[in-house]
Design a protein around this ligand. Structure first.
Ligand code: ADP
Ligand code: MG
Length: 504
C-alpha cells in the first residue's frame, strides 16, 4: 500500500526524516517580576514560603483595571545577554504586544509578549554530536522574545483554585529554526542552551520547577524532500531525556499515521513520561487567533547600542570557550570537557579540584571521577554538585591517590559513594575513608605473589591454555586475583605478575 504525503508517494519502504524545532521558555532570575514590584522568586531570608499562595502578587499581576505595567530593567538586560551569548542580533527597538486568550490563570485575558519585533533575532549555537562530540553542527535561533508567565490553576474535585505567584514572572522564549533532525541533536541543543543561560547567570536552571522548559515541534517527511511536513507541538517538557523520548515517540507515531493513510493534525500534545507516549491536548491555534496587537500601555523598548556593548563586555567565559580552554589547559577529551562545562557549578568545582595543577594525567582522572560516578549520584538525587556533600578538596585528594596508584578505580567508586552520603572532614577526609574501609590498593608484590601462585595451581587447565598460546586467558587470572583481593590489587601490576608467574 502506498500513500501521498508532501506530493510524494510513500510506503513502508520509504525512508523518513524527522524535522525538529524547539521553543524553550527560560525563566529569568530577576528578583522582581517583569512588569511589577512583586517578587518573582523566593530570596534568602524571605518570610513567605513557596506555599504562601498568592503572597507574591500585586494588582498588576492580578490584572486589575487601571493598573499599568512598568518594565523591569534587569529582565531586559538578561534577555539581551541571552541574545549576545547565542550570537543574536539585538534589536535596538522592540515591541511588546498583547496575546489574547482566555484562561482562569490569566486574569487580564491577555499575555504580554513580543510578537513582530522581538528583542533578539538571527542567532545560532553549536552542538557537538557523535562519539566524543567530534561532529559540530550549527543550529539556528530564529528569535528570543520577552514575555510574562501566567499563573497556576490547581484543579480539585468540583472546583479549581488560582495561584498568581507565578503570574508576571519574566521569561524569554528562545525559538529555534527547524534545523534538528534527530532526538540526539535536540538533546544536544537543549543541553548547550542550558549551559549558556546558566553560565551567564540569567537563569537559575531549576528544571524541577520548570524554570527551563521546552516545547518540541516535530514533523516527518520523506528523506530528501525540501518541503516541511505538518508539525505537532509537545508542550512543557522539563527534562532533556524526556524531550528526546517524546520526539522519538512522536516521529514513529507520525510515520505510522502517514503509512496507514491518516492525516497528521497540527496540534498541541502532552508527553506522559510514565507511559512514554504523547497525547493530543488541543488543536493548535494559529497566530491570528491570538489577536496580537501592540500593548498601548507599553511604549516601544528602545535600547542604546552603548548599553549592548556594556552587556557584551560583562559576559563571562562561555561554555564553548571554557570547553576549549579545558581541553588545552588540562588535556581533557572533548567529550569530558563538554560534560564538565555543561553546568556552571560542575565547571567551577572541577577548576577548584585541579587548581594550579600542570599534571594532565591527574586532571584527566579528576574529570573522569566527576563525569562518571559523581555525576551519576547527583543525577539520581536530582541535585547540583554545589548542593551536595562533595568538596573539591576530596576529589583532588582522591585523584592524587589514584594517580599515585594508592587506590584503584573500583575503590574510588566506593569512596565517592561514601563522600556523597556522609559529611567528611575537608582535609585528609579521603585518606581517613581509605583507612577505615581498608581500600588501600595492594601494590606490594610479595603480598600478591602467593595469591597468584595459588590461583594458577587451582586452575591447571587455564594455565595450560595460556602456555599453548591462548594469551587472552590472562584476563581470567587477573579477574580471579582481583576477586581474591576484593578489588584492591593494582591491576597493571597484577597483569605483569600473572604473566611472569604463568611463564615460570
Ligand atoms: P508557535 O508559537 O505557533 O508554535 P513559533 O514560530 O513560536 O510558533 O514556533 C514554531 C517552532 O516550530 C519553531 O521552533 C520552528 O522551528 C518549528 N517548526 C516550524 N515548522 C516546523 C515543521 N514543519 N516541523 C518541525 N518544526 C517546525
Ligand atoms: Mg509554540
Amino acid at each position: 500500500m502506498s500513500f501521498q504525503y508532501l506530493g510524494q508517494e510513500v510506503d513502508a519502504n520509504t525512508e523518513f526524516e524527522t524535522v525538529i524545532g524547539l521553543e524553550v521558555h527560560v525563566q529569568l532570575a530577576t528578583d522582581s517580576k517583569i512588569f511589577s514590584k512583586a517578587k518573582s522568586r523566593l530570596l534568602e531570608g524571605d518570610s513567605v514560603s513557596e506555599e504562601s499562595v498568592n503572597a507574591n502578587t500585586t494588582e498588576i499581576c492580578a490584572g486589575h483595571p487601571g493598573t499599568l505595567p512598568s518594565l523591569n530593567k534587569k529582565a531586559v538586560e538578561y534577555a539581551i545577554k541571552a541574545g549576545l551569548a547565542t550570537n543574536c542580533k539585538i534589536n535596538l527597538k522592540s515591541i511588546f504586544s498583547r496575546k489574547h486568550y482566555f484562561y482562569a490563570d490569566l486574569p487580564k485575558g491577555y499575555q504580554i509578549s513580543q510578537f513582530d519585533l522581538p528583542v533578539c533575532e538571527h542567532g545560532s549555537l553549536e552542538v557537538e554530536l557523535g562519539e566524543n562530540g567530534a561532529i559540530s553542527k550549527k543550529i539556528g535561533i530564529t528569535r528570543i522574545h520577552m514575555e510574562e508567565d501566567a499563573g497556576k490553576s490547581v484543579h480539585l474535585s468540583g472546583f479549581s483554585l488560582i495561584n498568581l505567584n507565578r503570574a508576571g514572572t519574566p521569561l524569554v522564549e528562545v525559538v529555534s529554526e527547524p534545523d534538528m533532525r534527530t532526538p540526539e541533536e535536540a538533546g544536544a541543543y537543549l543541553r548547550k542552551l542550558y549551559a549558556i543561560v546558566t553560565c551567564i547567570g540569567v537563569c537559575d536552571g531549576n528544571l524541577q520547577e520548570g524554570n527551563f522548559r521546552c516545547d518540541a515541534n516535530v514533523s516527518v517527511r520523506p528523506k530528501g524532500s525540501t518541503k516541511l511536513g505538518t508539525r505537532t507541538e509537545t508542550k512543557n517538557v522539563n527534562s532533556f531525556r524526556f524531550v528526546e523520548k517524546a520526539i522519538e515517540y512522536e516521529m514513529e507515531r507520525q510515520r505510522q499515521v502517514i503509512l496507514s493513510g491518516g492525516k497528521i493534525i497540527q496540534e498541541t500534545r502532552l508527553y506522559d513520561s510514565q507511559k512514554n507516549q504523547t497525547f493530543s491536548m488541543r488543536t493548535k491555534e494559529e497566530a491570528e487567533d491570538y489577536r496580537y496587537f501592540p500593548d498601548p500601555d507599553l511604549p516601544p523598548l528602545i535600547i542604546e547600542q552603548s548599553q549592548v556593548d556594556i552587556l557584551r563586555a560583562s559576559l563571562p567565559e562561555l561554555p564553548d570557550q571554557k570547553r576549549d580552554r579545558f581541553i588545552a589547559q588540562f588535556g581533557l577529551t572533548k567529550y569530558d570537557a563538554t560534560m564538565i562545562t555543561a553546568g556552571k557549578s560542575l565547571a567551577q568545582f572541577f577548576e577548584t579540584t585541579v587548581l594550579g595543577s600542570a599534571d594532565k594525567n591527574f586532571s584527566k582522572i579528576a574529570a573522569n571521577l566527576l563525569n562518571g560516578e559523581a555525576v551519576r549520584l547527583l543525577h539520581e538525587a536530582g541535585i547540583e554538585i554545589n548542593e551536595s556533600n562533595f568538596k573539591p578538596q576530596h576529589f583532588s585528594e582522591l585523584a592524587k591517590m589514584i594517580n599515585d596508584k594508592l587506590v584503584s578505580s573500583t575503590a574510588a567508586k566506593q569512596i565517592i559513594a561514601i563522600l556523597f552520603s556522609e559529611s567528611t572532614p575537608e582535609v585528609g577526609g579521603v585518606a581517613g575513608i581509605v583507612d577505615r574501609e581498608g581500600l588501600k590498593q595492594v601494590n606490594d608484590l610479595s603480598a600478591l605473589e602467593p595469591i597468584i601462585e595459588k590461583i594458577i595451581l587451582d586452575n591447571p587447565k587455564q594455565a595450560e591454555e595460556f602456555r599453548s598460546g591462548k594469551e587472552k586467558i590472562i584476563g581470567f587470572f587477573v579477574g580471579q586475583a582481583m576477586k581474591a583481593t576484593q578489588g584492591k590489587a593494582n591491576p597493571g601490576m597484577l597483569q605483569d605478575l600473572v604473566i611472569k608467574k604463568l611463564k615460570e
